[in-house]
Ligand binder design. Structure first.
Ligand code: HSE
Length: 302
């Protein structure tokens, strides 16, 4: 294959109690256009994050492609990548998962698909460190992913989800995922585990049916959000503000710093309320209203 274009959706991992296993895909995309070339490597990055994303061998999509080439022991003599980003980088919307999948699916396509979806997911999860963004980015919709022996093997369940609209508020604040993971305890009290486990059970049917009353209870957790909220200036106040503006349920998008709120209506007011809370601590922010992507990653060949 000479040219392959991969379109990968944004995702929100965790959704409150689904830490490291639950995620949902959104209709906001990064696109990766790969071409075989006679020699060398050329990388162009456009759109969101273009100024900071490397346009050289350090580019994450290129590294993921190289990982697949090494895995199968074949590599085109030369390669070009044009990466068009709509997804803000470092926001908790899974932009790095899109790069990993953009690279793996592109490389797999250029080599006429030596790897299965399950093998691609295992490679992607290895590169990302966790699978809860890559699973929905690959399959679309709502997914639950569970690591299984013999590692690296993942069981993915594509779950029903209603046509929900999310308000996502992204403060201009840098919170590397490594920092947001470093504050988490290695052990949690049994009561906190039970609190979270019950809510994950409640969350799945609430998401399937769009039951806002249940979502309001179900999107809380005690495994990660209590430790992470204080890292983001204005975030506890933003949680309160969006609830007061009519959000039924609110959670961090992934590890943050994005905030995700579900509501039946008043999406614009909810966005403005969250922005005001961040503005009060001197942070500008952007608001997105996103619908669920149900297709997952799309690969086109020329
Ligand atoms: N589940 C991961 C975390 C997602 O919360 O650290 C990171 O996007």
């Amino acid at each position: 294959m000479k040219q392959v274009t991969v379109t990968v959706p944004a995702t929100s991992a965790n959704l409150g109690p689904g830490f490291d296993c639950l995620g949902v895909a959104w209709q906001l995309y990064n696109r990766f256009c790969w071409r075989r070339e006679p020699s060398g490597l050329s990388v162009t990055v456009r759109g969101e994050g273009a100024a900071s994303i490397p346009a050289d061998p350090d580019n994450l999509a290129v590294q993921a492609a190289e990982r697949l080439f090494a895995h199968v022991g074949q590599r085109p003599s030369g390669l070009s990548l044009i990466q068009d980003n709509q997804i803000p980088a470092g926001s908790g919307l899974g932009s790095s998962a899109t790069a990993v999948l953009g690279g793996l699916l592109g490389a797999n396509g250029l080599l006429d698909n030596p790897l299965s979806q399950a093998e691609l997911l295992a490679l992607a999860a290895g590169l990302e460190g966790h699978a809860d963004n890559v699973a929905p980015a690959l399959h679309g919709g709502l997914t639950l992913v569970v690591g299984d022996e013999p590692a690296p093997r993942y069981l993915v369940e594509c779950l029903p989800v209603a046509d929900l609209t999310a308000v996502i508020i992204l403060p201009e604040f840098e919170l590397p995922t490594a920092t947001a993971r470093a504050v988490l305890p290695l052990q949690v009290p049994l009561g906190d585990a039970v609190f979270t486990l019950g809510r994950l059970g409640l969350l799945l049917p609430a998401l399937a049916t769009g039951d806002y009353a249940r979502l309001a209870v179900a999107m809380a957790d005690k495994l990660h959000q209590p430790y992470r909220l204080p890292l983001i200036p204005g975030m506890p106040a933003a949680f309160t503000a969006v609830r007061q503006a009519g959000a039924a349920a609110v959670a961090l998008s992934g590890a943050g710093p994005g905030l995700l709120a579900f509501a039946p209506e008043n999406h614009e007011m909810i966005g403005k309320a969250g922005q005001a809370a961040f503005a009060a601590v001197g942070l500008t922010s952007r608001v997105y209203q996103l619908a669920i992507d149900r297709q997952g990653s799309q690969v086109q060949w020329l």
